[in-house]
Design a protein around this ligand. Structure first.
Ligand code: PA5
Length: 435
């Protein structure tokens, strides 16, 4: 199996080897906090062992549920926000065709709700659902988040009107807390199949629970392979204590060191457009875990080569406040040839004989060199190819590195007190009782 690799060769001009080595005790101590559960946030460490301990019976039940719903649905509406949605979307968008919505499919196409309150979005969604057989997977750990609650009420009413209440109940699956919350109560009373988000797994670390597994299985992808990738990465992350052997420690160390050197932004860059939701998931993971106590690198992302024609200017020449993390993929899953053209009016015959991946790699190499020359330290994370196994590796790698990095930064990487402020204001404006 391809190993995930982290290289800091293009960042070392910004610090000395001694400075990096001096961080090793800090990141290994942070790692020990994750494994021993003796630091703030220790009641949310269920994700650390999840890939190795997840009950095969639950995985089997999820696969059977996905099969059942697939057989009666052309669309699946996944209702959720933040950690209750981004993980599934990242994996599905990475694996499906960019043109999936236009293709004939054996498995249901996944659409999303509950991640916006925009009226036109729901009008467009309901118009689509008028003409399609669909099911609903509603996900909320607290069971009380406003956006998914509003979306679920709208979609549930549509579903019940379309199929009748009893048949609609066969098309709804709820993923929520084992005991409490409005969604738990609705699902219990209406008799929807229910899957539990473990108490000790927070939203943004929950993609390897039913939160991610059920939608991903519904979309037709192999969740066993994804869990295998995460399991193998877990072995590497928990059993190695050197920066050479443990990519999560190396990544956590280098980003903390660069932050201490005064950098404020980490730009995650990829030349694979189907990884754009991986960047969205990563932004949530790192932004919500580290952005507190007025600390933390601001996670931002670019998709190249597209953004080289816009943000590329800033990266090259704007304020020097960022590090770059280049997420590289070694091999494509398929090949496309560049046709020859006798007239060569476009002047690109010199590319004949090269694969698109070779050309894309040259764009990546050229970008790294340009940005390094422009004073941006670049960290490279390289994986073999985009598949379920690799995504499982990446998920666990980024989660583990985030826990280590957060503790090294000196914050609790498992709470999110800041997200309550907008809710209080919104509830006050809406006249919610008690606000
Ligand atoms: O990471 C988190 O905890 C958040 O992003 C939550 O996942 C998000 O707010 C949704 O919460 P809930 O699942 O309770 O509806």
């Amino acid at each position: 199996m391809d190993k995930l690799k982290v290289s800091i060769n293009h960042a070392t001009a910004h610090f000395t080897g001694n400075e990096m080595t001096a961080l090793l005790p800090e990141v290994t101590a942070a790692k020990e906090h994750l494994l021993k559960g003796d630091a703030p946030g220790n009641d949310f460490l269920g994700w650390v062992d999840l890939p190795a301990t997840i009950d095969p019976a639950i995985v089997g039940r999820i696969k059977a549920e996905a099969e059942r719903l697939s057989s009666i649905s052309r669309l699946m509406v996944v209702v959720g926000i933040g950690g209750s949605y981004l993980g599934a979307r990242m994996v599905i968008e990475a694996l499906q065709s960019e043109f999936a919505s236009m293709e004939k499919r054996e498995k249901p196409f996944i659409v999303y709700a509950g991640n916006t309150l925009a009226e036109d979005y729901y009008h467009q969604l309901l118009s689509l659902l008028d003409h399609e057989d669909y099911s609903v997977c509603v996900i909320s750990k607290s069971g009380t988040t406003t956006e998914p609650a509003v979306a679920f009420r709208i979609v549930k009413a549509h579903l019940e009107q379309k199929y009748g209440k009893a048949a609609a109940a066969q098309r709804i699956v709820a993923i929520t807390d084992a005991r409490r919350g409005a969604l738990h109560d609705i699902a219990s009373q209406e008799g929807y199949p229910m899957y539990v988000i473990p108490d000790n797994v927070g939203g943004r670390y929950s993609v390897l629970t039913p939160v991610g597994l059920l939608p991903i299985a519904m979309a037709g992808y192999n969740i066993d392979r994804m869990l295998a990738g995460a399991r193998d990465m877990r072995d590497i992350c928990i059993n190695n204590n050197t920066l050479d052997d443990n990519p999560a420690l190396l990544y956590a160390a280098v980003r903390n060191l660069l932050y201490r050197k005064g950098l404020k932004v980490e730009m995650l860059v990829s030349a694979q457009p189907n990884l754009r939701y991986l960047a969205e998931w990563w932004k949530q993971l790192y932004g919500e875990s580290e952005g507190k106590d007025h600390k933390g690198l601001l996670p931002h992302s670019l998709s190249i080569t597209t953004d080289l024609h816009s943000m590329g200017q800033y990266m090259q020449d704007g304020e020097r406040m960022m590090m770059e993390t280049m997420l590289r993929v070694d091999r494509p899953n398929s090949s496309v040839e560049i046709p020859s053209d006798e007239k060569n009016l476009d002047g690109i015959n010199y590319l004949i004989g090269k694969s698109l991946t070779q050309i894309n790699d040259c764009a990546v190499e050229g970008t790294i060199k340009a940005h390094v020359d422009g004073g941006v330290p670049v960290v490279e994370i390289t994986v073999g190819k985009i598949d379920e196994y690799t995504l499982g590796q990446l998920i666990y790698f980024f989660e583990f590195a985030c826990g280590v990095s957060g503790y090294t930064l000196g914050v609790n990487p498992f709470d999110q007190p800041g997200v309550e402020s907008y809710k209080r204001n919104m509830f006050h404006l809406l006249g919610k009782p008690g606000f």
